[in-house]
Design a binder for this molecule. Structure first.
Ligand SMILES: CC(C)(COP(=O)(O)OP(=O)(O)OC[C@H]1O[C@@H](n2cnc3c(N)ncnc32)[C@H](O)[C@@H]1OP(=O)(O)O)[C@@H](O)C(=O)NCCC(=O)NCCS
Length: 333
């Protein structure tokens, strides 16, 4: 019997309107546009402003757009998985709020916490539900409102992150397209270098934790950088090797957008040129679980059915991984 594969049949993204430029950051911390651009490749990022605006706002807008462009009835959705580290609240899951917001009444929904690798983890998990035949329509959301956990007094961290996200629809196919392979890793010994110190069950919020600024993302940038460069490049090369893919066979690399230098190192290790690398870090910075679907959305019109695509990410945990997929449709006219 032919294997049922899970294929992406639609992608949509959403970013808030407000643009936080490097120039504006210069007025907030001791930094400058030249340093940020050379060290990271980032020029601006989006910020979700306003009362009561959580990550679900990003997810709901992305999913509504996705349902519209794929002509999907929200009541036909079986499952929504949301990858995020900035849930609206510890519970219920942000995916539950998104499901309610888009009218997915027959869907169940849950969140996945794997930081910048969250979209890879969620896409892998979602595709299993399709491959087993359990579900017909699964939506994977990757979204983060990083501005809610960023310390705008910490110049090494606040310059990198922004808000945004995207969503894809997964459906079954018997064609030779879709999610072909997935290689995921985690190493909990990386936690001290990238984490949030307080606000969880180990250290609930107190006046002291707030005063000590412990409710913000804490990152030891140069250590994370070293792990990210090595592991993202290595896992991308490994997934190519085990699927017998040469550089010439790969149409696109979709890399996590944390630092342009990490992206360049990954492309070099894979032996592919810059023309095959999806890049939008300049405009959005690092939107954590949002970067990969945002890239696919930005480049959607250039993707052709059968394109071999490698998605790769590295993030807090540490978590990292790569997915090999064959794109499932030609640009819609
Ligand atoms: C955060 C990051 C951009 C910092 O760049 P870096 O080259 O490692 O810089 P360092 O932290 O080593 O700091 C170098 C110097 O620049 C300074 N610096 C840091 N941020 C600065 C800023 N925004 N503007 C100006 N100077 C800055 C530091 O204070 C340090 O100065 P010193 O040498 O006088 O002490 C980089 O480490 C990075 O991208 N890390 C990985 C991020 C990532 O992938 N995260 C995982 C996914 S979320």
């Amino acid at each position: 019997m032919k294997k049922n594969r899970a294929v992406i049949t639609g992608v949509h993204g959403w970013v808030p309107e407000y643009i936080l430029t490097n120039k504006e950051l210069e007025t907030m911390v001791d930094t400058n546009d030249e340093w940020i651009v050379t060290r990271t490749g980032i020029k601006e990022r989006r910020i979700l402003k306003g009362e009561n605006q959580g990550t679900s706002v990003i997810g709901i807008n992305a999913v509504k757009g996705l349902l519209k462009k794929t002509n999907t009835n929200p009541e036909d959705i079986d499952l929504i998985i949301c990858a995020t580290v900035t849930p609206d609240m510890p519970f219920p899951a942000t995916a539950n709020i998104i499901a309610e917001g888009v009218g997915a009444k027959n869907s169940y929904s849950f969140d996945i916490s794997a930081a910048c690798s969250g979209f890879l983890y969620a896409l892998t998990m979602g595709s299993q539900f399709i491959e087993t035949g359990m579900h017909k329509k699964v939506i994977i959301v990757g979204a983060d409102k990083m501005s809610s956990i960023i310390d705008y007094q910490d110049r090494a961290t606040c310059i990198i992150f922004g808000d945004g996200g995207g969503a894809v629809l997964l459906e079954p196919t018997e064609e030779e397209v879709g999610i072909m392979d997935s290689l995921l890793h985690a190493d909990g010994s990386g936690a001290p270098y990238l984490h949030m110190k307080a606000g969880g069950s180990r250290k609930p919020a107190t006046i002291e934790t707030v005063n000590a600024r412990e409710h913000f993302a804490y990152q030891e940038g140069s250590t994370v950088f070293k792990f990210a460069v090595t592991n993202m490049a290595e896992v991308s090369a490994q997934i190519m090797e085990r699927n017998n893919l040469q550089a010439k066979d790969v149409a696109w690399l979709v890399p996590h957008q944390a630092n342009k230098r990490i992206i360049d190192a990954t492309a070099n290790r894979m032996g592919i040129g810059p023309e095959k690398v999806m890049l939008n870090i300049e405009h959005y910075g690092n939107t954590t679980a949002g970067t990969l679907p945002l890239c696919l959305w930005d480049y959607e019109s250039q993707l052709k059915k059968g394109d071999n695509i490698i998605l790769a990410a590295f993030g807090g945990g540490f978590t990292w991984g790569a997915i090999y997929l064959k794109w499932g449709f030609d640009p819609k006219q």
